[in-house]
Design a protein around this ligand. Structure first.
Ligand code: CUA
Length: 317
């Protein structure tokens, strides 16, 4: 419907249609009431204007019916905004399981993207059509914002933590990628392109582009060179006392913390545990882990996390 309407970007993801529908509804309700009020103001001003020998004004001193009416109707309309908006928000903010991971690092003034296959891109993102892509994003410096209008997807990218977003493209094509948070002199040039491709074309692209090390492979090498394995048994052999908790099957599980409390071992938890090991100490272990802040860059931390994600108990999937 909006394809030929230049004010509206193309709609090319599984959620963009629903977001447009909500947007249309909000605009329609707002326009309806603005018009209604305008018409009533003008009509009443003309009809009930003061005349020389007009009727006497009758004061209405409260009407329960009327008051209920103008309370209940706006309440129901406001609730429709809330219910529709909140359910859509939950849907777009939770990435479906079994998504394909892409790691994004923003910096002044470029987007660095890393695929699970080891392919790296700058300011370009190639994805196959019809596959769910989950972005795990962080910034090396200031706040950026990853914005693909055609997918109706925008998420702030913050230094010092991860933000996640996901999309599933439904139309093959090339789409704008913007930075949507003012981040310095060349903010306006922090742009790129998302290439949505047919599966065969995507496979061809994968074959033609030189792949670097897969993040989990690079992460494993880092894990060993930083000597993480002296305290954290990464293998499936749990023999011998360990100074740190095992990382096998850790990702996505719930961890009991010292002093009570629990935490879900997601990307944010792992990142914090690497940079600020004292923030959340696992119950039953001494707070002896040194910080790796300053020794690891954001991309390297993402690689180590990608490696930890692969550590699964035998037989588990
Ligand atoms: Cu990055 Cu604006």
């Amino acid at each position: 419907m909006w394809q030929d309407f230049p004010l509206f970007p193309p709609s090319a993801s599984t959620t963009s249609g629903s977001i447009d529908a909500l947007y249309g509804y909000l605009v329609a309700v707002t326009a309806f009431f603005s018009l209604l009020i305008l018409v009533l103001v003008v009509t009443f001003a003309v009809r009930y204007r003061r005349r020389a020998n007009g009727p006497k004004v009758v004061q209405i001193e409260g009407s329960l019916r009327l008051e209920l009416l103008w309370t209940v109707i706006p309440f129901l309309i406001a609730m429709s905004f809330f219910v529709w908006g909140a359910s859509l928000y939950v849907r777009v903010s939770r990435a479906p399981l079994n998504a394909t991971d892409v790691y994004v690092v923003g910096k002044q003034w470029m987007w660095k993207l890393q695929h699970a296959t080891g392919h790296r891109e700058i300011n370009d993102l190639h994805v196959p059509v019809g596959r769910t892509i989950r972005l795990t994003m962080t910034s090396e410096d200031v706040i950026h914002s990853f914005f693909v209008p055609a997918f109706r997807m925008k998420r702030d990218v913050l230094p010092g933590g991860y933000s996640q977003a996901w999309f599933e493209a439904t139309e093959v094509g090339e789409y704008h990628l913007f930075c949507a948070e003012y981040c310095g002199t060349n903010h306006s040039r922090m742009i790129g392109t998302v290439f949505v491709m047919e599966h065969e074309d995507y496979e061809r692209w994968l074959g033609g582009a030189t792949a670097g090390e897969a993040p989990e492979v690079a992460g494993r090498a880092l894990f060993e060179s930083m000597r993480c394995d002296t305290c954290h048994k990464a293998g499936t052999d749990p023999s011998g006392p360990a100074r740190g908790p095992s990382l096998v099957g850790l990702f996505g599980s719930e961890v009991a913390l010292q002093g009570g409390g629990r935490a879900v071992a997601d990307e944010g938890y792992l990142r914090e545990s690497i940079l600020e090991p004292m923030a959340k100490v696992v119950a039953g272990f001494e707070p002896v882990m040194p910080t790796y802040a300053g020794q690891l860059g954001e991309e390297q931390i993402l690689q180590i996390i990608a490696y930890i994600k692969t550590l699964k108990a035998e037989g588990a999937r």
